[in-house]
Design a protein around this ligand. Structure first.
Ligand code: ASP
Length: 313
């Protein structure tokens, strides 16, 4: 049964700090992305196209930390990571540390389809983008006042700041780097093929070419013939826990259901000190969206085509 789920990042997302208007905007962004993916699945299209379309929609929406809404590095730049994986062919493509690319997820797909590599980073990835003729934009396109204010505040305080920061309590010290916010999609199509896609700007005030879990296959993004997974949260721990792949491994080797496996994976993440969440789907169209943070922007489609959108725990 075809289905899709998406996320717009996990973190300290408090109802008390959210305005009605802002919450409505977030819900609109999630609805548009879910629609973009669901339309493809509904007419029998492939899950790979559906997750790409959903993530493109989220990348173009400035409230989410990816593509246009990406956070700023300490130098006031936007450096983005993205990955896509086709579970039915066990193929993946990813880019890290790319600049000025309007839709990093499209570039990740081109890595998968046009090269013999899985992950391209930095200037090389940008050269590949130029060669492929993907849409580029100048820095002004990626500039959002909200993100820039976040950077100025974080730089002033000498802290690395959570993406979904709502108040001072969410500011974190560099000794306790906990990046949050990212977008992702997972889908199962009518043929039972699974796909996952994730895209992020990382975290405000990041430095030294830091790359998170998002473009690391098996950490922030994974799909095979068992399940498809996209993660968001403290990237370093998702790398240490091989979190995205862990869901598939639990299903395969422990014979668990998708929901049991993903719950075990989040329990393990908590055990090793990580914070965040994941969205996952299996080949029968089951969906699960577990997280251990205060909230996660998330949405999915039920068996009768109804959209479910949630933000808080
Ligand atoms: N997990 C990603 C990272 O660590 C992004 C995030 O969720 O903010 O870069």
């Amino acid at each position: 049964m075809a289905t899709i789920a998406i996320h717009g990042g996990a973190g300290t997302i408090l109802r008390s700090a959210m305005t009605r208007e802002l919450e409505a905007d977030y819900r609109d962004g999630l609805t548009a992305a879910l629609n973009a993916g669901w339309e493809i699945l509904e007419r029998g299209g492939p899950s790979l196209d559906a997750v790409e379309a959903a993530v493109i929609s989220l990348e173009n929406f400035p409230l989410f930390n990816s593509g246009r809404g990406s956070v700023f590095t300490t130098e006031g730049k936007n450096e983005m990571d993205a990955a896509i994986m086709d579970g039915s062919r066990l193929r993946a493509g990813a880019v890290a540390f790319v600049q000025n690319v309007v839709n990093p997820i499209k570039l990740a797909r081109l890595v998968m389809e046009q090269t013999e590599h899985v992950l391209l980073a930095g200037t090389g990835a940008n050269q590949f983008a130029a060669q492929q003729g993907v849409e580029m934009a100048d820095d002004a396109y990626f500039f959002t006042q909200h993100r820039y204010d976040q950077l100025l505040e974080a730089r002033d305080r000498g802290v690395v700041q959570l993406d979904h920061t709502v108040d001072e309590a969410d500011l974190i010290t560099e000794a306790d780097e906990r990046p949050k916010g990212t977008v992702g999609a997972v889908a199962c199509d009518n043929a039972g093929r699974l796909a996952a896609a994730t895209s992020t700007g990382g975290m405000t005030n990041k430095k030294f070419g830091r790359i998170g879990d998002t473009p690391i296959i098996g950490s922030g993004t994974y799909a095979d013939d068992v399940c498809a997974v996209s993660c968001t949260g403290h990237g370093e721990y998702f790398m240490l826990g091989a979190t995205a792949y862990d869901v598939s491994a639990r299903m395969k080797y422990q014979n668990l259901t998708l929901e049991q496996a993903a719950a075990g994976t989040i329990a393990r993440l908590t055990e090793i000190g990580g914070e965040g969440g994941l969205i996952a789907v299996d080949g029968r169209g089951n969906v699960t969206l577990p997280f251990n943070s205060d909230g996660m922007y998330r949405a999915s489609v039920t068996a009768d085509g109804e959209f479910i959108i949630d933000i808080y725990a």
